[in-house]
Design a protein around this ligand. Structure first.
Ligand code: NAD
Length: 338
């Protein structure tokens, strides 16, 4: 059985990455669109063979509750709108997949979890890397002890944000819509990867933030963030996040028997893995997979089988909590217990 999905927000990520990848889904099909732009929605509906009656605006979105073809709503809006639309979707009796970061405050995350729980609907956060074969293979190797005892993790995520050239970057430098800067948007990949590589939750966070005061992009949101996470077993993770260095999306895990590199760790494709051991280096040739289809189908399967998804609302809430602790640590200039 294929569940019916509605997409809320027809921006860059939705139209370029998500909608085209429904073709590889086995348990999910695109049936509805929610948009503030009727022309764009009409055009896309035609392209994807969707019925005109399944196009919604932000105003009449709540009437989606009367549409039995829609089982799941996928929220792909600017960060600060995730909470409102997740809650409205749950109240309309729909399951929800919501983009990262889950929301721009811990309070909003909790409200989203509560609304879905009250409605008896699933809530999953779109941490696509946790459905991506190279990352899953790395996690498996780490858990099996291939690198020995874990000692250290590093991860860097940065790119040059271009608000005047790219419409998708305009809201990213506005605090009200983005919630924060590079950390909320891409540093979250460093944070989430450090946690799934470590396989435990951090107990302490330290951070520094620096932005060029003369760069107009960083009037409202932060640019460079350096943060560390201390885990109970003694593992440390040192991470960076930036909106001004040329694109890097990598992670490295250091164990007492070897290290493992993913570079890129969180791209849409072309991942590579390298492993270093005392007797030399190897580059496992893994098969690239469709992480978008895998992620979407994972939620459909969980709904069909009544199982909790791998990355539920609680996982999104944890990251938003750590992000707030990172901001607090940078602000106060001291370590924050989490
Ligand atoms: P985008 O600007 O291209 O898309 C956002 C859409 O929301 C646009 O169509 C815009 O018209 C619409 N919108 C509705 N109300 C709005 C308002 N009040 N202000 C501004 N826009 C409004 O951005 P995007 O890059 O597609 O990002 C959307 C979401 O997807 C973000 O939460 C982002 O973090 C997430 N994202 C995730 C990934 C990933 O790999 N998982 C990649 C890119 C973006």
């Amino acid at each position: 059985k294929k569940l019916g999905w509605a997409i809320v927000g027809l921006g860059k990520f939705a139209t370029e990455e998500i909608m085209p990848n429904f073709k590889d889904c086995q348990h999910s099909r695109l049936v509805a669109l929610v948009s503030g732009s009727p022309d764009k929605a009409q055009k896309l509906a035609q392209q994807y063979g969707l019925q005109e009656k399944n196009i919604y605006s932000y105003q009449n979105f709540d009437s989606i509750k009367d549409n039995p073809e829609v089982d799941v709503v996928y929220i792909i809006l600017p960060n600060s709108l995730h909470a409102e639309y997740t809650i409205r979707a749950a109240q309309a009796g729909k399951h929800v997949l919501c983009e990262k970061p889950m929301a721009t405050s811990v309070h909003d995350c909790q409200k989203m979890i509560d609304a879905c729980q009250k409605a008896g609907k699933q809530l999953m956060i779109a941490y696509r890397c946790q459905y991506e074969p190279f990352n899953l293979n790395a996690i498996e190797r780490i858990r099996k002890g291939e690198l020995g005892k874990l000692r250290f993790i590093t991860s860097d995520h940065g790119r040059r944000v271009k608000p005047t050239e790219d419409k998708a970057d305009t809201w990213r430098v506005q605090k009200k819509l983005a919630g924060g800067g590079s950390l909320m948007d891409i540093g979250i990949y460093s944070l989430n990867a450090a946690r799934y590589f470590a396989g435990e939750e951090p107990v302490e966070v330290t951070a520094q933030i620096a932005s060029d005061p003369n760069d107009p992009r960083f009037k409202e949101v932060e640019d460079n963030v350096a943060f560390t996470l201390r885990f109970p077993s003694g593992v440390l993770a040192a991470c960076t996040s930036s909106y001004s260095y040329e694109t890097v999306k990598r992670g490295r895990v250091f164990g007492d028997k070897g290290w493992l590199d993913l570079d890129p760790l969180s791209d849409y494709d072309k991942h590579t893995m390298k492993i270093g051991k005392p007797d030399g280096k190897e580059e496992p040739q893994l098969k690239e997979g469709n992480q978008f289809a895998a992620e979407i189908d994972h939620l459909s399967e969980c709904i069909l089988q009544n199982k909790t998804p791998r990355t539920p609302g609680e996982e999104g809430l944890r990251d938003v909590r750590y992000i707030m602790a990172i901001y607090e640590s940078a602000r106060k200039g001291k370590a924050i217990k989490v």
